[in-house]
Structure formats: structure tokens, C-alpha cells
Design a protein around this ligand. Structure first.
Ligand SMILES: [Ca+2]
Ligand SMILES: [Ca+2]
Length: 431
């Protein structure tokens, strides 16, 4: 093993120096994010320094005198088993950074178990969903805190970590729509007195049972199989039907409701306005939150119902869909309504109803909050807020109700939001 020291690359405000180890005849397999060509290996090293999720480089000299470099999103620290013999290749990994003033460069490495070293911190993204307070407690349990962000390159680094999760979720499940129903969905309209209210610490859509409802943009259910899922809390006395979600767009209509004489119903109306249930099963609780999922599998010509992650019924679907119009009001609360453009399998639905990979990811919790004093944002470790990355028009403390901050996955920008939302989160530990 040899050392190479990259001396004083000039920058606007001075220079920086990085020390790489280099190892001949090996390469890190299975982690290449991009391949670049350069006139000399040192250029590749600097490319890696400047690429947020690059932690090592496989360098190969060409006969022309130039080099090709594979930039890896891991290192032999995190994945020693992937460091394999490869003739003519040289493995390089950053070991030290020096002479950096703030914002120019920082030491980073991929560590085992999903942790990353970033400067003097360890950072890890936790995909499980928690409220802000629960997320903070989870971080504290492992000797850390919700992350504080003090620099642009740190924000960019974490933002890139989120990007990896998001892609996985959208590709694998064809999520058509996901409405949180806490007042943050810009495309949900409230009709006839529907409101957002806090219920059990979570802001949710409240329907009074006397004609209140909410509308979303139309979803085309015409040809494909689909899965629809939501959290529901019914209030006494329960209305029959209590519609969770319904497609009123002619000529097809279906209805998913929470109480057909204390059962769940997933079905359609015919042209005489007669209900033609595909399936009626289960006993949804009254006065407690429950999670309900309906699956229409058009290929298998069957409908399935799940209550709190357990399959409670399966029936063949014979009748076609018919048009009609009908409204039945739900009395109670709804949140996290999701529509997926295929029939999820029993295994996907029963294994983990809150699997983060089954949901689109809007954002993740960071530590910033104004829980103590409205408008006075603080980091959990009480460091001063010296750097911010607010999205436009944020923070807005919407509904006088937003005291915790999420980083959005698309831009890496920040938005104050309801602390009761359940989001993945980022912890930090000092090294
Ligand atoms: Ca606030
Ligand atoms: Ca906000």
C-alpha cells in the first residue's frame, strides 16, 4: 500500500490538500456510480472529492497515457468483501483532508452498517417512519441526535443520500398518488365543511358525517389493477356507507368504504344504483385508528381486503363496473391515503404495511425546530443557526401548526411542517 498526497489544489480562497491511499492490482466492485476519463489520476481523485457520494476510485491507465476512473459510492471500509483483484487497476481512497477552509472540502468515508463519516460527524439515514419527537428519541437511543446542518456541502451530501431511497420507492411500486391529508397536500380540496384536525397527535382529515368530503385529482382506474390503502378512524355513530375513497368519474365507478353494517366493503355500483360488492369482510374498530387496504387484481379477477396488515378476505370479481352517482359520508378521520397502480401481493401487504419502500418519500426529519418559541428555530444540540436552506416561502408556520423541519427529497430544501407527521430521519453522532 502506498500513499499519494495531492498538494494544494488552488481554490478561490486558498488551497486544499488531500491524502489518498493507493493499492495496486485491486478494484472495488459493484459500487460504480460514474466513469470518467482524465489526463492523470490526480484529476479523478479531485472528481471524487467533489462528488457528494463518491468514497473511492478505481483507476486504470490507458495506452494513450490518459486514465479512466470509476467513482465508487462505497469504500473498502464499508464493503471490504468487494475489494477484488483486477490486473492493471489501482484502488484509491481518501484518508485525510487538510488546509480546507469552510465550504471547500471535507473528509468523508462510507462506513459499515449504513453510517457515513462526514468531517467530524457520523451520519446515517433511517428509512423507518417516525414522528419528529420519536425520531429524535431514536437518535438519542444510539448516542446521537437528529442531524444539525451547518454547511452547504453537508446539506448537499444528505440530500444525495435521500435521492437513493426515493428512486427505490417509486420504481418498485408504481405509486400513483399519496395524500398525507394533514393540510400539506396542495391538490386536495375540502368540501361542505371538511377540515384538518389533530387527532391522537397527528393532523388528519376530519369528516363530520353530514356531507363533508374532500376531492383529489381524478385517477384513471379504468384498465389496470390497483391497490388503495388508508388509515381510518371511525366515530360513533357510524354512517353506512362511510366512504374512504371512491371514483365518481363516469363511466366507471368503484367504492371503498369502512362500514357496511360494521364491515369493510370494496365494490361497485350498477346502472340501477345498486351496490355490487366485490368483497365485504372484517370488523373495523370504532374509535381507534386502523389501516385498511383494498386490492383489485384484474388479471386474477379477484378482490382482496386487508385490515391492519392481515388479509381478511378474497373474492372473485365477476361483474363489470357500472356508472352511477352516489355519496355516503364518513364520520371520522382519514390520513395517508395511497393509490398504487398494480395489485400488491399478499406478501408485500402482510409483511410490513409501513415499509418505507412502499411509500413515496416526500422528505426526512432534520433536527431544526421552533417547538420552544414560535419563529426561533434551533438545532437540538443548541448550536446557532448559521446556515439555512429554506424552500421558497418557507418557513410559513402554516395553520399555526408547523414547528419541525423536513428536508425535501427533490431539492434538499427545508420546510417547516407538522411534528406529528411520520417521516424517515437522519441522525448524527460525534466521532
Ligand atoms: Ca412554527
Ligand atoms: Ca411550511
Amino acid at each position: 500500500m502506498k500513499w499519494i498526497v495531492l498538494l494544494c489544489l488552488p481554490f478561490v480562497a486558498g488551497c486544499r490538500m488531500t491524502k489518498f491511499i493507493k493499492q495496486e492490482g485491486v478494484a472495488l466492485e459493484n459500487h460504480v456510480i460514474t466513469t470518467v476519463t482524465a489526463t492523470e489520476p490526480v484529476k479523478c481523485s479531485w472528481d471524487c472529492v467533489d462528488t457528494p457520494l463518491c468514497f473511492s476510485v478505481n483507476v486504470k491507465r490507458l495506452q494513450t497515457g490518459s486514465v479512466t476512473c470509476e467513482l465508487n459510492n462505497s469504500s473498502k471500509t464499508a464493503d471490504p468483501q468487494d475489494l477484488m483483484p483486477r490486473a492493471g487497476s489501482q484502488y484509491q481512497q481518501m484518508m485525510e483532508v487538510d488546509h480546507c477552509t469552510v465550504g471547500e472540502c471535507i473528509y468523508k468515508d462510507a462506513l459499515p452498517d449504513g453510517w457515513y463519516k462526514f468531517g467530524s460527524k457520523l451520519i446515517k439515514l433511517f428509512p423507518e417512519r417516525r414522528t419528529w419527537e420519536q425520531a429524535r428519541q431514536s437518535c438519542q437511543l444510539i448516542g446521537g441526535e437528529l442531524v444539525s446542518i451547518n454547511r452547504e456541502d453537508e446539506n448537499e451530501f444528505i440530500s444525495h443520500l435521500l435521492g437513493q431511497i426515493k428512486t427505490k420507492g417509486k420504481d418498485s411500486n408504481q405509486i400513483i398518488a399519496h395524500w398525507i391529508l394533514d393540510g400539506t397536500d396542495s391538490d386536495v380540496s375540502l368540501i361542505n365543511g371538511a377540515t384538518y384536525e389533530e387527532e391522537d397527535g397527528v393532523k388528519s382529515l376530519y369528516l363530520s358525517g353530514s356531507g363533508a368530503y374532500a376531492t383529489t385529482p381524478a385517477v384513471d382506474f379504468g384498465k389496470t389493477s390497483f391497490t388503495i390503502a388508508s388509515w381510518v378512524k371511525l366515530q360513533n355513530p357510524v354512517n353506512d356507507q362511510s366512504v374512504i375513497y371512491s371514483d365518481w368519474v363516469n363511466p366507471r365507478i368503484f367504492l371503498f368504504s369502512a362500514s357496511w353494517y360494521t364491515r369493510l366493503l370494496f365494490g361497485a355500483f350498477n346502472e340501477k344504483d345498486e351496490l355490487k360488492p366485490w368483497i365485504i369482510e372484517g370488523s373495523p374498530p370504532i374509535g381507534n385508528w386502523f389501516h385498511v387496504t383494498g386490492v383489485l387484481d384484474r388479471n386474477g379477477s379477484e378482490a382482496r381486503l386487508f385490515l391492519n396488515g392481515k388479509k381478511i378476505g378474497i373474492d372473485p370479481v365477476q361483474s363489470d363496473w357500472w356508472d352511477a352517482s352516489h355519496t355516503y359520508a364518513l364520520r371520522g378521520y382519514l390520513r395517508d391515503l395511497m393509490i398504487i397502480g398494480r395489485a400488491l401481493t399478499d406478501e408485500e401487504l402482510t409483511n410490513n404495511i409501513t415499509d418505507p419502500n412502499n411509500e413515496p418519500l416526500d422528505g426526512v426529519w432534520i433536527g431544526l425546530n421552533d417547538v420552544t418559541t414560535e419563529g426561533a428555530f434551533r438545532w437540538p444540540d443548541d448550536t446557532h443557526v448559521t446556515y439555512t436552506k429554506w424552500a421558497s416561502n418557507q418557513p410559513d408556520n402554516q395553520y399555526d401548526y408547523q414547528d419541525c423541519v423536513e428536508m425535501t427529497v427533490d431539492e434538499g430544501t427545508w420546510d417547516d411542517t407538522s411534528c406529528g407527521r411520520q417521516l424517515p430521519f437522519v441522525c448524527e453522532k460525534k466521532t
